[in-house]
Each structure stands twice: as structure tokens, then as C-alpha cells.
Write a protein that binds this ligand. Sequence first.
Ligand code: FAD
Length: 445
Amino acid sequence: MMKVIIVGGVAAGMSAAAKLKRANKEAQITVYEKSRHVSFGACGLPYFVGNFFEDSQKMIARTVEQFNASGITVNIEHEVLNVDTDNKCITVKNLLTGETFTDTYDKLMIATGASAIIPPIKNVDLKHVYTLKSMEDGEALKHAMQNEALKRVAIVGAGFIGLEVVEAAKQYGKEVHVFQLNDRVLVDTFDKEITDLLEEELRAHDVHLHLSQTVTELVGDEAVTQIKTNDETFDVDIVVLTAGVRPNTSFLKGTGIEMLRNGALVIDHEGRTSIEDIYAAGDCASINHILKSEPAYIPLATVANKMGRIIGENLAGAHHTFNGSLASACLKVMNLEAGRTGLSEQEAINLGINYKTVFITDMNQTSYYPGQSKINVKLIYNADTKVILGGQIVGRKDAVQRVNVLATAIFAGLTTDQLAMLDLCYAPPFARTWDVLNIAGSVAK
Ligand code: FAD
């Protein structure tokens, strides 16, 4: 009987486990998970913190008991310490008893995710300094937000999670300060036309943006009371560190598994690492970027779930492949929706592509039906062929679903001319007869 061990029991790991069990009922599947939860949707954390919902258990898709009942052996509070790839053996520590033991596998899947990066700031271990990755992080941060005496929140890092925490903090009426190393928010994912609009929205909600600022030090006796940057000092009561994530792969050092520079395990289209019978997926691994045709680091739940499922099928003997990712991602910034897919303009520059862009502002729907608002579309496309390479949209309503249309268009290799004449739906509450995407396509010369 084939024995499969999966290390890490969230999006990638449990997608693979569930799929493998369905594909091969006989497979012996053991999951080792360091935390107390499996199948935990971290994407809900900002909204849990902001009290959009109260019960943290709603972020658990399937419980340990449900997995065990399906024939998958799940060991929570068990950390895998190392992998002996020659002898196909792992060392595991039971975090409850402290006991260490070994286990062997025929096939191994690494799905250990990523951890929040702690930037080099003095005194990050003061009280009321948080990260937001685990259920426990979310519970602790929510508890602090609910404390009315803690009025000022500093968010260090203006990426997706940092900006989602802004909304959470605003739900409690906090004074919010965002500190960002770069001169604009979301610098790695969106272009300036879009981030200008998002920054305007943040400022309109009295969010204090401190751009081009390096946070150097936190100050306080027991709890944090001040944050210092290279330029200034501000009084704060809560600090949230949202400076990105790093793959949890240090326990694999010395195994010889190929990694990207940040430690992400390099995988092929089937999810295989450079070592036979070892697979990997999710935030601990690379993924093929469809437009770059090279391994990229795209730590998103969408990618983790899909690659995890493909690996589940392949562990059962298939040779299914995942095309890869377009790095399609979206977020809500106060009352605005923003989404992106494919290449940003900066990525097109880095790849040396002869590209053009178009940026338009139009209306999301007809004027006479309530709810009309502006919507902004940026397209990046090949200057020679007009094939669409990237798209970013921001607006108050239906921006993100239109990004999904662009992701489909890019996947299918459509040109801007084809987008201009694409048969998109229309009714007054949803669009205009010529949807904003048709207009963007037709404006692209
Ligand atoms: P993880 O979810 O990180 O799970 C890995 C598991 O492995 C962890 O439970 C960990 O305890 C365990 N583990 C680690 N090392 C070991 C070890 N040595 N032994 C045993 N177990 C180990 N993505 C989106 O697509 N959309 C969103 O809106 C979105 N919002 C997010 C909001 C927040 C606040 C966060 C933190 C993430 C968000 N993400 C979002 C990203 C998404 O949550 C991740 O991409 C996804 O969880 C990755 O799944 P994973 O299985 O690879 O890793």
C-alpha cells in the first residue's frame, strides 16, 4: 500500500490529501501539521479582526475529525524537523509531549506555507506588536483592536494584508498610520495609475500614509508606545507587521532540494521538486508564471488550492499538469475594489517586452440606475501583436469581476481588438452597452 506523508495541513496540503483519498481509497495518507488547525482560511483573518464576523471557526473549511473520518490520518501539533531524502524518512516532534520520532514515506508532499517576515526593527517583541498569519495571530490582534484604550494603529508594510488591516482597524474607529518603504502602496503588484487612486481613497478615510519611510525602532517599556522611522517619531498603541512572507523551508536545508533565492521550493508543472517522490505546493513553493514561463513566487490561496489538487491526482498515479498562474489577485481598499492579472508595466519592462499601455476612466453602469460610479482600467499589451499581457482595474463596484474577464482573455491569448468586440453582457444595473472593457480594448492603438 502506498504511504504518503504530507507536511502542512492547510490549503495546499489538505487539497492534495482530499483529492488523493478520492482518487485512491487504498492510499495511506498521514498529515503532520504544526499548529492546532487544519484547512484554515487565513484570507478571512482581516475580516475576522475587523469583526465582519465573530466566530473564528468559520475560517475552518474542514475539521481534523472530518478528515480522520474520511480515512486521512491528521496529526496536529506535530512539527516535521527534517527530511532524510536518501532513506525516505522524516523526523517529527510531537509539540504536546516533546517526544521526537521518525516516520517513512513512499511519497512526500511539502506544504508548509510561509511565515510573516519580521523586518529588522528594534524591539519588535514589545507587547501589542502583531503579525497576521495564524488563527492565534488573528485572535490576539482582534482582542487588541477591541480595547478602546488602544487608539492608534501603525501598519508596517502596505501590501495586500497591510491594506486589508487598515479597513479592520477603521471598523473600530482607530487612528491608522501606514508605513511603507517605497514611495507608493502595493508597489510589487499594481502600477502607479492604480495605486494613486487607492492612496487617494485611503487619505479620504483619514488614513495617514507615511511613504518612503523606513521603520527603524519601536519604543516602550512593556508595551509599544512609539514608532520611529528614519525621519520621524509617532505615538502608537498597536503595531501590525505586514511586510510580506517567507517560505517555511529552512528545515529542508541540506537536502539538496532546488529552491528559489527566497527559499521557495522549485516545482515543475506536475508539482514535483528536484528530488524524486517529493512534491511541493502553496506558499512554500514556486509556481510557473504563465507569461514569464519561469518559476515565480506567488503566495496565494488560489494557486495553493489548484496545485495542491493536481498533486493529489499525481500522487495517485496521474500525470496532470497545472498551466500556472497569472498572479491574478484582488483586494478591497475601504470602499474601492482593485484587481490585477498578468504582467504589470514594470514586469513588462523587466522582461524587455515591446509593450504599450492604455489607461481609461469610464462608468461601471448606466447613469439612470442607482449606483453609477467611476471605474478605471489599465491594459498592458504587446505593441507588435496587440496581445493583452496584463490588466488592472479599480472602482467601487464590479471592478474585480472584470479583472476575471481580463484573466480569461490573457489566458486565451486575446488581442485588444478582440477585447473591444467581445460579447459581454449588458443590462442597466451592471454595465453600459459598451462595457468599460470593450472601451479599453478599442482605445488601445
Ligand atoms: P499555509 O496556509 O501557510 O499552511 C501551511 C501550514 O504548514 C501551516 O498551518 C503551518 O503550521 C504548517 N507547517 C509549517 N511548517 C511545518 C512543519 N515543519 N511541520 C508541520 N507543519 C508545518 N490568498 C488569496 O488568494 N486571497 C486572499 O484574499 C488572501 N488573503 C490573505 C490574508 C491573510 C491575512 C493571509 C495571511 C494570507 C492571505 N492569502 C490570500 C494567502 C493564503 O492564505 C495562502 O496563500 C494560503 O494559505 C497558502 O496555503 P498553504 O497551504 O501553502 O500554506
